[in-house]
Ligand binder design. Structure first.
Ligand SMILES: Nc1ncnc2c1ncn2[C@@H]1O[C@H](COP(=O)(O)OP(=O)(O)O)[C@@H](O)[C@H]1O
Ligand SMILES: [Mg+2]
Length: 266
């Protein structure tokens, strides 16, 4: 089957997912176009990771459809366009002795070339990915010796060295300092503008993702907001969208009770 070049990387329609019998996602409709940098935010347990795992085909949906690059039944070559950086991908144990270059090289290994020596084409992809991630100086350094932000860029470089065009990141900003976070966000933004990648990034750091992304989606079982990052609602508007009522709002019934109590005392 031919890939239609104009098809969006992701088109999800009325997606409903249950986990252990509990409703986690309901009627989720999202289309993500090429070159977009989309921030996926929402409360803990809101279904963000579930959404990504379902797109990747790791969880089954109860209802709805998912199209990847125009394909409802994606082949392996379509799945290879997806690069997933899982939540703890950069937590590489200290006893794993792997240089940055070796880690990134792993991104080029797939079922059709795993028993061959690295080709010059693979090596060129690795060098390019390391350069994009700004890690040339660290290419021979052990990954466990990198800072949190550098390690996060290294695991993203591994995905870049593959054929991935649509990169899905689950909480890549956790545990990294402010400066590294800004470098990482700039790097991701450049990937969309200069390397024509599409990014869907989960983060609980709303302020950071609002600065970097073009569009934000707030997911809490259902989509509560989907629009330009600049127009992302403030806290009180967000509470409205989530159906949360202010506990400080004046309550007429309570006020009346206090008045009666006062009158009784007098
Ligand atoms: N392995 C699992 N089995 C059953 N339910 C799960 C599992 N992982 C997560 N859940 C439930 O799915 C819901 C959504 O979780 P998740 O997608 O991880 O949310 P988020 O990534 O937004 O924090 C939560 O209610 C959570 O308890
Ligand atoms: Mg999660």
């Amino acid at each position: 089957m031919q890939t239609n070049n104009t098809s969006p990387p992701l088109k999800v329609d009325k997606l409903t997912v249950h986990r252990s019998g509990k409703l986690v996602l309901e009627d989720v409709c999202i289309t993500i176009n090429r070159g977009e940098f989309v921030g996926l935010v929402g409360p803990n347990g809101g279904g963000k990771t579930t959404f990504i795992l379902t797109i990747l085909g790791l969880l089954k949906s109860k209802k709805g459809s998912i199209e990847l690059y125009g394909h409802k039944k994606p082949s392996n070559s379509i799945f290879r366009k997806l690069g997933w950086v899982s939540q703890h991908a950069s937590n590489i144990p200290e006893n794993v002795k792997l240089t940055v270059r070796e880690l990134v090289q792993l991104g080029t290994v797939n079922s059709s070339n795993m028993f061959w020596r690295f080709s010059s084409e693979q090596n060129a992809k690795v060098d390019y990915a390391i350069e994009l991630a700004g890690l040339q100086r660290f290419r021979d350094r052990n990954v466990s010796k990198l800072s949190g932000g550098q390690r996060q860029r290294a695991v993203i470089a591994r995905v870049l060295a593959s054929e991935a065009e649509f990169i899905l990141l689950d909480e890549p900003l956790v545990g990294i300092d402010r400066e590294s976070r800004n470098t990482l966000l700039k790097f991701l933004d450049n990937l969309c503008h200069e390397a024509q990648k599409t990014i869907l990034m989960i983060s609980h750091d709303i302020a950071a993702i609002q600065q970097a992304s073009h569009r934000m989606i707030f997911l809490e079982e259902r989509i509560r907001y989907d629009g330009a990052s600049d127009c992302f609602p403030d806290l009180s508007k967000l509470a409205d969208l989530r159906g949360i009522k202010s506990v400080h709002e004046s309550n007429e019934f309570e006020n009346r009770l206090y008045q009666l109590e006062d009158m009784r005392k007098k």
